[in-house]
Design a protein. Structure first.
Lengths: 114, 114
């Protein structure tokens, strides 16, 4: 459970940056090399590589080196983790709305004149 | 656009911590006072309050003080922002799958013997 939480911390942390979100957006369209990915950003390569490493360590991307080219591709697991967290929240919420509705319905039932 | 990105940074940053996610989970079930929220955590109140302030500043919760009690409630807007981001990603992905399918279908069409 502790490990699950730590993983989720890093999954969300990875999304808390516009460069990393843009990289994921690009990789959603298909694999790309580091230089292709870095091209739209006005950023020194070492800074850009920190974002790539963060995305890799947090599980969002996989990288593979062939010759001198490192290719990145996106992973689906963290998406599933974020979606699972959102559905859990939605379930809590909807459970609460259901309980409220049952309470209102029960109150109206009791108030009905015989 | 810049402001949108900064807001999204903070929305995701808020989720990158197990205490803050737990507080949101609790508030998903209905409003609660600070002391109710703090109760399950083995944490000094000032540290806990930092999490509350972070959730408030990032737009996830609203707080209201009545007399000596501060009550927190959850906001739906950041959920919508996270869901919007996820759907955007999914659309990119599915667009890519569609393009791949069309490509494969077109290739098969061309390869068909007359």
């Amino acid at each position: 459970m502790e490990q699950y939480h730590q993983q989720l911390d890093r999954v969300f942390q990875a999304l808390a940056d516009p460069t990393r979100r843009a990289v994921l957006g690009r990789l959603g369209q298909g694999p790309a090399s580091i230089s292709e990915l870095a091209q739209p950003f006005d950023m020194a390569l070492p800074s850009f590589m920190k974002h790539i490493h963060f995305l890799e360590d947090s599980g969002w991307i996989r990288t593979r080196k062939e010759g001198r080219v490192r290719t990145c591709s996106i992973e689906k697991k963290p998406f599933a983790a974020v979606e699972a967290w959102l559905s859990e929240q939605r379930a809590l919420w909807e459970g609460r709305t259901d309980r409220l509705e049952r309470f209102v319905a029960a109150s109206q039932q009791q108030e009905k004149p015989e």
